[in-house]
Design a protein around this ligand. Structure first.
Ligand SMILES: O=C(O)CCC(=O)C(=O)O
Length: 294
């Protein structure tokens, strides 16, 4: 099956060794540098989401926010020609970069990311959007790989609300999702996955003694205009500068996609970890939401 067919059918595809050894080394050094800098940050802020036990002596970073603005190595990776070439085959010849994040699951720790569709967080006028997950470390079954339910990108948007509030996660049982079909995306450092904005995905805590660091870049077809959170793109000038391939347009393409707006917001809407805590903290301890069972 070709890469394009796989992406269309399953909602994701993986490319082994997309970044070469030298590039991986640079990405790892940049990550280490920023983690080192996190020692000067006591609480989560606009640069870092920190674990509850983070300290200057023992940095425990959950997420480096907007890494492309924090280090030139990440900014360069956003426009890597081989990445853009794959994107052009999957979402078209005119592409805008949306945002970046670097999710870290430290050895023996890190939080689960509960099952969700990115589309629930940021609906656009059409669904030609995807996220690229670049493996900064070797990722295998044991250090919390990203997991995706094949085919879940087709069909309706799942319910990400809990008690009437957007909670950034779904209850797979009530949505009739068969999690036993979920695929673990593993590979050596430098490999990358491309997942559709509606693909249902999640990951467990990291039960291994190795870190799991995953750099995520989000891209959209240039004619997909955001229906929420325009400011994530920056102001209009930055929105234009974020075209990484082809050209922009003032004519959004509107497709009849099923959309549930992510409102009202939960008490702490700044990070997926805090948003998802809303459902977890309000659910019984036996809730099935942690994706580690797959
Ligand atoms: O880091 C992960 O394993 C999942 C990341 C993710 O789905 C997200 O941040 O939206």
């Amino acid at each position: 099956m070709s890469m394009i067919e796989e992406y269309q059918q399953a909602g994701f595809t993986c490319i082994e060794g997309l970044f070469n050894k030298d590039e991986v080394h640079d990405l790892q050094l940049a990550t280490d540098e920023l983690i080192e800098e996190s020692r000067n940050h006591i609480t989560s802020d606009e640069k870092f989401d920190l674990e509850h036990n983070h300290s200057s002596q023992n940095p425990r970073v959950q997420r480096i926010k907007v890494p492309h603005k924090q280090h030139p190595v990440f900014a360069a990776a956003v426009r890597k020609p081989q990445v853009l070439e794959i994107l052009s085959k999957l979402i078209g010849k005119n592409i805008r970069f949306r945002n970046s994040k670097l999710n870290i699951k430290e050895a023996n720790g890190g939080a689960a990311v509960d099952w969700h569709q990115d589309w629930a967080f940021y609906p656009h006028t059409n669904a030609d959007l995807l996220a690229v997950g670049i493996m900064i470390d070797d990722i295998d079954e044991n250090n919390a790989p990203l997991m995706i339910v094949p085919g879940s990108h087709r069909g309706k948007t799942l319910n990400h609300h809990f008690q009437g509030v957007f909670s950034g996660s779904v209850n797979p049982d009530s949505e009739n999702i068969d999690l036993s079909t979920a695929v673990k995306l593993t590979g050596s450092a430098g490999s990358a996955s491309f997942h559709h904005v509606k693909a249902l995905h999640g990951s467990s805590p990291n039960f291994s003694n190795r870190p799991r660091r995953l750099l995520l870049f989000e891209y959209a077809s240039a004619d997909a205009w955001p229906l929420v959170d325009f400011e994530v793109y920056g102001d209009f000038q930055e929105f234009e500068e974020k075209i990484v391939l082809g050209k922009s347009t003032l004519h959004p393409r509107s497709e009849p996609e099923h959309i549930i707006m992510p409102f009202p917001r939960p008490p702490n809407p700044d990070s997926i970890y805090r948003i998802q805590e809303f459902r977890r903290q309000s659910s019984s301890p036996t809730t099935e939401l942690q994706p580690e069972v797959v």
